[in-house]
Design a protein around this ligand. Sequence first.
Ligand SMILES: Cc1cc2nc3c(=O)[nH]c(=O)nc-3n(C[C@H](O)[C@H](O)[C@H](O)COP(=O)(O)OP(=O)(O)OC[C@H]3O[C@@H](n4cnc5c(N)ncnc54)[C@H](O)[C@@H]3O)c2cc1C
Length: 346
Amino acid sequence: MSQRTGFPMKLKENVGLSALNTLGVCAAARFYMDVDSLDDLRGALAWAEANGQKILVLGGGSNLVFAGDFDGLVIRMRMASRRWEQVDGTGATLVLGAGENWHQAVLYAARAGYRGVENLALIPGTAGAAPVQNIGAYGVELCDTLLSVTALDLESGELVKLDNAECGFAYRDSVFKQSPGRYIITEIRLRLSRDKPLQLGYRDLEEYLGEAVSPDLDALAVAEAVMAVRRRKLPDPEIIPNVGSFFKNPVVPEEKFTELKSAHPDVVGYPQVDSVKLAAAWLIDQCGWKGYRNLRVGVHNRQALVLINHSGGTGQDVLELASDIRQSVQKRFGVNLDMEPGIVGG
Ligand SMILES: Cc1cc2nc3c(=O)[nH]c(=O)nc-3n(C[C@H](O)[C@H](O)[C@H](O)COP(=O)(O)OP(=O)(O)OC[C@H]3O[C@@H](n4cnc5c(N)ncnc54)[C@H](O)[C@@H]3O)c2cc1C
């Protein structure tokens, strides 16, 4: 047993994490604690500090690659709660504890008749991790509805409330990603509406809904359509372990896009202000990676952005494959691909 000071009741040693990351890679935490309350969280942090242990905050493990073991304390956020605030004529604020399952919360909101997050259905993970990379899908991002984030600021030790602007949201980015280790999110607030227009402009969604689009369409029907579209294209991590999109869509200057377009007329890009967001999946596909597999890991055969762990792959195996993909895209198109998931250990 550990000789370290003040060993909290819930703290465990040498815990395997393969069931706690959707890539299903083997890794272990030197110390581990399930955190169900603010008291748990403060206790875990105090213990880590007293014993000189670094910490890793873990939600659903759906956006992390364990390249090795974590030699410190893994704090698994399980603080689950849902409540409504500021319910008025057409709007309401949904407050979610950090450990709430994101997809279940989306369905809960949609079933209650509120709109705003239905396009983000079936994104795995927890509500507390959603602001970290400002989750987005089908033309909607978390920042479109997020009112505020409550977090423990490890610099001051205080609980702070950051409003939307203070979260520094951008494409797959936020202050939480930019200041790693500073904030532990405990709660998020979403401002939802009964009558805001549904976002149906994303091509796959529009095609799927087809004639079903009518004034009677509600948030739940849209969430169900998003789920159906996603199930067609993306592997279920329960069956084929993965972390969703492995690369961000690169944003390049307009001149670079013009240059690419003249050499590759089919290049897929979405105009932004003064720049163009390229479809990373198209770039990877063009380099011949879609459906590639070696003994342990590979690239999904329907979505080139998704790297998968076929059989006993390690985090290092996946990162090596990612590195080969990045190099070939760089060589062929002169475009740098940034990875979306965080890397731990190794
Ligand atoms: C099949 C699949 C599909 C996906 N589709 C999408 C998609 O469409 N769009 C999208 O944006 N993402 C997508 N993702 C990525 C992932 O689901 C999201 O990024 C999700 O928000 C991660 O949640 P998590 O709880 O699993 O976080 P984890 O993977 O556990 O953690 C991710 C990061 O957040 C930090 N973190 C976790 N909880 C907290 C907290 N409470 N406070 C502070 N930091 C915290 C962790 O330390 C880590 O740095 C997909 C993943 C998979 C496997």
